[in-house]
Design a protein around this ligand. Structure first.
Ligand SMILES: Nc1nc2c(ncn2[C@@H]2O[C@H](COP(=O)(O)OP(=O)(O)OP(=O)(O)O)[C@@H](O)[C@H]2O)c(=O)[nH]1
Ligand SMILES: [K+]
Ligand SMILES: [Mg+2]
Length: 441
């Protein structure tokens, strides 16, 4: 019998209401012991006084009873809505301990829900993502996955593979007789089209993962180009030190932005130049590393020096870059439309002119590169790895080289896909998945 677990499902600390959750076979006994009443009607909130072991009132609140299997975990579940105070929490947890319950581990409720067939893994992950969502686009993506969008897509692929496998098995069963070509052709065609569709979801920009984890954007440029000034403007606060001294910024400084629903991790970096100073050189090395990893780059030039353009910054420009000409207030009327073939955003980070255009350009760039349509997307590395494995097996698939081997390739591909929703051998990945959850989920 699984142990009965409990956890605070709402945030810790002082609050008007705190929601506690109990799950497992001991929930009924614990609930009746706490309230001194019979079990309430299922799924109806009932007012109750909860008492400790010597009959002293712990708190006055609401309790709900969700008998198995009609609960989140599929087990007997009780919910206690109490006042959110430390003393209440301390008294309640002490009493639950006396009654033989233990605190839940991170993600343990969701894990039990998965093991009891209440949720597939992608839906469990979606709950974690929804709780962690900080922007509207993240919330929408999590809800889509919670609705079963991804699980449905993966299951369609898997079912297609199983169908192709059945066709192939039929061929194998013909053994020494003549193999009907039509059957083989049919399974080859099916597998090709499935592989193409799955390959299409392995989008190189990893939009779903980017939306979940944040888009990395780096600000790059020569010393004193105004990178830190620009970061502060975009962040709306003085996150980085600005000074007229070249080489002010050394460490990478990150701020989190919500760009029209897109989570962006914006990094300010050290000015690119050769320096004798060991610390500054390390800063430049970090800036270059960050530039290489970034999904998008903001290449900033000092407008006061125009038409002189810093060579190291120019080299960073590619189609994932936005070109900024800063200190427009110090420039004459001579403002170029493009630099290195890319459109120029002329602005003043110090005064703020031109910032709205920059934000609009950033949004447009993020949307054009990472927008996900209504179709479900892969939102985690483990999804991508599994689909890539399946695609690889299907690329090997060639019944002409031997029907049995081809059948094995299909089995491998189906098994990789099954891991995404948790249909097959997942024991080893459960710990990884559920441990990133917070307690009470
Ligand atoms: N006139 C004018 N000065 C600016 C503008 N933006 C930044 N500056 C000034 O340029 C100097 C350098 O600004 P920073 O933001 O520190 O430049 P940085 O690129 O971060 O410099 P490092 O960290 O040293 O690489 C400061 O004196 C800023 O006040 C601008 O739009 N107009
Ligand atoms: K500076
Ligand atoms: Mg700086």
């Amino acid at each position: 019998m699984a142990e009965t677990i409990y956890a605070l499902a709402s945030a810790a600390g002082r609050s008007g209401v705190a929601v506690w959750r109990l799950s497992g076979e001991g929930s009924a006994a614990a609930l009746t012991a706490l309230t001194g009443q019979l079990l309430p009607e299922p799924r109806k909130a009932v007012r109750a006084r909860l008492r400790d072991g010597i009959g002293e009132v712990i708190d006055d609140g609401l309790v709900l009873w969700f008998p198995a299997p009609h609960s989140f975990t599929g087990e007997d579940v009780a919910e206690l809505h109490l006042h959110g105070g430390r003393a209440v929490a301390a008294a309640l947890t002490a009493r639950l301990g006396e009654l033989g319950l233990r605190p839940a581990e991170p993600g343990e409720f969701s894990r039990r829900a998965f093991l009891n067939g209440k949720l597939d893994l992608t839906r469990a992950e979606a709950i974690a993502d929804l709780v962690d969502a900080e922007t509207s686009a993240q919330r929408r993506q999590a809800l889509r996955q919670l609705d079963g969008g991804l699980a449905g897509l993966v299951e369609t692929w898997r079912t297609g593979l199983i169908r192709a496998m059945a066709h192939l098995e039929a061929v194998i069963d013909f053994a020494d007789e003549d193999i009907p070509d039509t059957l083989l052709d049919q399974s080859v065609a099916e597998v090709r089209s499935l592989r193409a569709e799955m390959g299409g979801h392995l989008d190189e920009r990893r939009s779903g993962e980017r939306l979940r984890d944040g888009i990395h954007m780096a600000i790059l440029g020569a010393p004193n180009a105004g990178k830190s000034s620009l970061l502060n403007r975009l962040a709306g606060r003085d996150a980085a030190i600005v000074s007229s001294q070249a080489g002010t910024t050394r460490d990478v400084i990150e701020v989190h932005l919500d760009l029209a629903g897109w989570p962006v991790i914006l990094a300010d970096t050290a000015g690119l130049r050769d320096s004798h100073c060991e610390i500054e050189s390390e800063g430049v090395r970090r800036a270059e590393a960050r530039a290489a990893q970034a999904d998008l780059r903001l290449c900033v030039f000092d407008g006061a020096l125009y038409p002189n353009l810093d060579a190291a910054t120019r080299e960073m420009i590619d189609d994932a870059s936005l070109v900024v000409l800063n200190k427009r207030d110090l420039m004459g009327p001579d403002i170029p439309d493009t630099i290195m073939g890319r459109p120029v955003l002329a602005l003043s980070a110090k005064g703020g002119e031109g910032m709205d255009d920059l934000v609009a350009a950033l949004q447009a760039m993020v949307e054009s590169r990472f927008a996900v349509g209504a179709a479900p997307v892969l939102t985690r590395e483990r999804h991508r790895v599994a689909v890539a494995e399946a695609v690889l097996a299907l690329t090997r698939f060639d019944p002409g080289m031997g029907v049995e081997m081809a059948a094995e390739d299909l089995r491998l591909a189906a098994r990789s896909l099954g891991r995404i929703t948790g249909r097959v051998d997942v024991d080893e990945i459960l710990d990884v998945i559920f441990h990133e959850f917070c307690i009470g989920k």
